[in-house]
Design a binder for this molecule. Sequence first.
Ligand code: SF4
Ligand code: MG
Length: 333
Amino acid sequence: MGKILEVNNLHVTFTTYGGTVKAVRGVDFHLNKGETLAIVGESGCGKSVTSNAIMRLIPNPPGKITDGSIKFKGKNLVKYSEKQMRSIRGVDISMIFQDPMTALNPTLTIGTQLMEGVIAHHGVSSNEAKRKAIEMMDLVGISNPEERLKQYPHQFSGGMRQRIVIAIALICEPDLLIADEPTTALDVTIQAQILELFEKIQIATGVSIILITHDLGVVAKIADRIAVMYAGKIIETGTKREIFYKPQHPYTRGLLNSVPRLDLKGEKLTPIDGTPPDLFSPPAGCPFTARCPFAMEVCDKVYPASKELSESHHVNCWLQDERAKQLLTAVRL
Ligand code: SF4
Ligand code: MG
């Protein structure tokens, strides 16, 4: 399985009157062809900023990619001009957002909105575009597509509108689909249907998916791998199985609402106390220190290196480092 996307040492900042927010601080991850990677974390952890950076949709100013590379099929998108990016967005990489209503134009029919991208980018005839639009409506599970193409967004329910947004995102047959909280605005039953649709689409088209979410229930359903973000960093990555059954980072365990202490097996952890650090002046060490029940002296001072637990499972936590135990003993003595 080849890599379709490789993000290395990505840094994104936002300059404000109050100072510079270090929103993404050295993020590394990759996406294999045809897989779904979920990037999870609380709001403000940098997950949306990371996905917007891939699309080069960070408004500059105030935002800026200050370091790192984003290699899509081997090409570094950080070096691309806005013109080059325009030929990629919606064609090679598509993005869908939380609110399906803002993504659709209320004054145009669904058919027009579906067809315009494929006509603009692939230069096909309107008959061919219509055929493609019907095929996409069918793929996303909207019945009677020929008739429904003539309708306007307000004639569809929220869940149906999100299906249409997904159809629009896929009509140019992108290799990468980025979905930022795609089901958050929908009610639970509809959420489940949309998640099933992602799985179906992936099987049908082979598209690689990055799913941005704060909801681990969503992740459990469709992710192959998971990257957990906290305070602008990815602190743990692993397969779905590794993250759900063998989470190692105390924050991941907190997110999973599971057991941070082995001697309390089976007990529920209450929501993690405290708040993430101020990203105007993030700590040099582990950003979870102030909230972590296991924090050691070293944690606050030095950021823990990535520890490989398996080929797919990596974590940044001093608990995984033999030296920390020695340091801890030294401090206590
Ligand atoms: Fe807790 Fe230290 Fe691990 Fe950070 S590095 S999660 S503070 S034990
Ligand atoms: Mg967000």
